[in-house]
Design a protein around this ligand. Sequence first.
Ligand code: TYD
Ligand code: MG
Length: 453
Amino acid sequence: MAKTKTAYFCQQCGYESAKWLGRCPSCGEWNTFVEELVSKEPAANGANFFSQEKAAARRIDQIAFEQQPRLNIENEEVNRLLGGGLVLGSLVLIGGEPGIGKSTLSLQLALHAPSLKTLYVSGEESAQQIKMRADRLKGDGSNCYILSETNLENIFTQAQQLKPQFMVVDSIQTLFTNRAESSAGSVSQIRECAAQLLKFAKQTGIPVFIIGHITKDGSIAGPKVLEHIVDVVLQFEGDGNHAYRLLRSIKNRFGSTAEIGIFEMQNSGLREVSNPSEILITQHDEALSGIAVAAMLDGIRPFLIETQALVSTAAYGTPQRSTTGFDVRRMNMLLAVLEKRAGFKLAVKDVFLNMAGGLKVVDPAVDLAVAVAILSSNFDLAVPSRYAFAAELGLSGEIRPVARVEQRIAEAEKLGFEKIFLSKYHKGIPKTKHIALIPIGKIDELTREVFRS
Ligand code: TYD
Ligand code: MG
């Protein structure tokens, strides 16, 4: 029997303390300490089968440069997000709210890569349930193995027999290892399991995806420590009422974190969306007021998104302001700029703003499109549908330049837009063939240019 002792762990950040504390000294959260059993000695039943190699220090120029071998997992969006494929021996964490599609995505990755021998381990669903899901996702399952198990040692034994090329563990919160004696999902279990999975991945070279649930405040449940241990953290997000899902890279030891992957949840699983602009812009025959198209970036990915505004006279004393997918304080600021710098009387109006597709937009370059959509609705004048906007609005009403404007222009040009409105302070923008660049300096010039016809 292993010698055991107990310690108190903060369930937010994993801070360990010998006694109970009301407030965590590390993350400052209140009432998060829970007593857990910890075993100081490794459990005897075969848990310690990893060899312990001693490393020696070497001078950096004596270390041969090896290109990290990467595995193509046959999903364009995920490959790109990981920086060009999955690095052998890497540990990838996918976080996301319940029901967002983490299990679907990872099972789909395992199923739709027939050239790879894959192992999907689930601690949440039975083999039958997984089979049902796999039927929906179609795909060739001839090289995909399923294991319904929660004991980590057993998972390792199975994996060592099977020798898969890619392994998924759904979810870290359901696993338990014999080396820690508290219940599954507790901080010490999660930490120990993640550390062992890391060792497993590094020693066998098998890339491992682990799925982690997310708490209400958006952090990956269990300790922050999980994010430090793994090589890559991917966050799966989206609005439950919409079909679009964004897979965002928050940390990547082998590539950039600026990439995002876009998917659409369908009846037969997640579809890769390679051209997001087409779904974020609705095609209407007649010109409608209150709509303007912004050329935005998420990370380094440009796409065009429709912003919709509704401005109406406030029925009651205090005007209402509400937004979906956009910061309401930022909209209030834009309204104040329009009022003060361009003389539009918006203080007594209700203003509602909506970003298409349920996306949350933080790129300041959508400012101009938001302002135009508001004015368009206010005057009930439609913006020509082939106009796009990409600029930030300053407090004094000046139209400010934005990052990576060439990419935005190229995206708008690709989609057949006729004009794109930009700040006149951009320098050295290359000439374009099919799209006219309209430089604007101040907000009052804008209305003349946009609503001229
Ligand atoms: P799931 O992958 O189980 O989420 P998580 O593992 O993140 O908790 O999410 C599944 C949701 O997606 C579920 O509500 C049903 C829906 N769904 C589809 O729309 N199409 C499909 O093909 C599948 C498998 C699920
Ligand atoms: Mg799941």
